[in-house]
Design a protein. Structure first.
Length: 178
């Protein structure tokens, strides 16, 4: 049985553009106290798995500062506001990052990315019947678009080349649907 935990104090350590970092003082049922880090992702995010007519999946390659390397991911981004519908956010990110649009978008999976210390939530959608739109990256973004088969992507997941949680979850969820 899980023992009762009590948060005694939450102190804001850093206020960022989309993230707030807190130091929580926690008390265990045995009376001991410990400090825990908590990251609040104020906006939430959305992602989209774009499937071309030939079955290949459009992926975006971009540099990720936290890993100090390029990654291969599905298109994703933060909501513009806490009330923005995640489906609208996902379809916007699809066009911004890949230059494609879709009127055939359906919900795929919902994720909490790093539950040990962060409350970030991402809704992932599936886009089919893609058609050309206009790619328009945010300032500071440098993104290449590439297409892969589901098998190629699953092989990259199992070999450790793709590690991004939202991307792994979306690809494996979609693969399970096939």
């Amino acid at each position: 049985m899980i023992k009762k935990m009590e948060r005694l104090k939450r102190e804001l350590v850093y206020k960022g553009t989309i993230l707030d970092v807190y130091k929580d003082t926690m008390r265990f049922d045995n009376g001991k106290q410990e400090e825990w880090d908590f990251v609040s992702h104020r906006m939430g995010a959305a992602a989209i798995l774009p499937v071309l007519d030939d079955g290949r999946i459009l992926m975006v390659r971009q540099y990720r500062n936290a890993l100090e390397r390029e990654t291969l991911e599905i298109p994703a981004g933060c909501r513009d506001s806490v009330t923005e519908d995640t489906k609208i956010c996902a379809t916007r990110e699809l066009e911004e990052e890949t230059g494609y649009r879709s009127d055939d978008v359906s919900f795929l999976i919902s994720l909490k990315t790093t539950i040990a210390f962060c409350d970030e939530a991402i809704d992932v959608y599936l886009a089919k019947n893609l058609y050309k739109g206009t790619k328009h990256l945010d300032d500071g973004e440098s993104i290449e678009t590439e297409a892969y088969t589901v098998k190629e992507l699953c092989d990259m997941i199992y070999s450790g080349k793709i590690q991004d949680a939202k991307t792994v979850s979306a690809i494996l969820a979609y693969s399970n649907m096939l």
